[in-house]
Design a protein around this ligand. Sequence first.
Ligand SMILES: [Cu+2]
Length: 171
Amino acid sequence: MMRALLHVVATAMLIAISSSAFAQGAAIEIEKAWSRATPAGASTGAIYLTINNKSHDADRLIGASSDVADKVQIHEMKVVGGTMEMREVTDGLAVAAGSSIVLKPGGYHIMLIGLKKPLKADDAVPLLLNFERAGKVSVTVPVQAMGTGHDDMHGMSHDDMHGMGHMDMKK
Ligand SMILES: [Cu+2]
């Protein structure tokens, strides 16, 4: 009798736990999000973050948007034959089940294009990420002061990178 009752309680708890996990949709967790303050007149900015896929299904970051910019793209920066190249990742960023992907200076980043105003230190930028499976995930991105040791490429700002004459912008 006691055993049967315990079983019922245990089952009820399991149901409660699994349904709350389902309701919260915590399959995708974003951490270490940050951006950098931009110089006056800069039209672009970059956001870096870590995506943790805690679900048992592979997912894919397929897009993003933010109130602070006209357009938000997923970009990849890499050195090809000694030249820094930046291109838009048009087919999304795959995040395997149970794994993480790190967006960081010199690699993948979220690109803010057509900034409506400069990003200032201590601003909080609202960002909406769109995942193939998990759907929309909103993130608040803190802005760090310029030159705080997180600089891309030895002190050049992201905007400098875009303005560099020898940099090829691959479509
Ligand atoms: Cu970029």
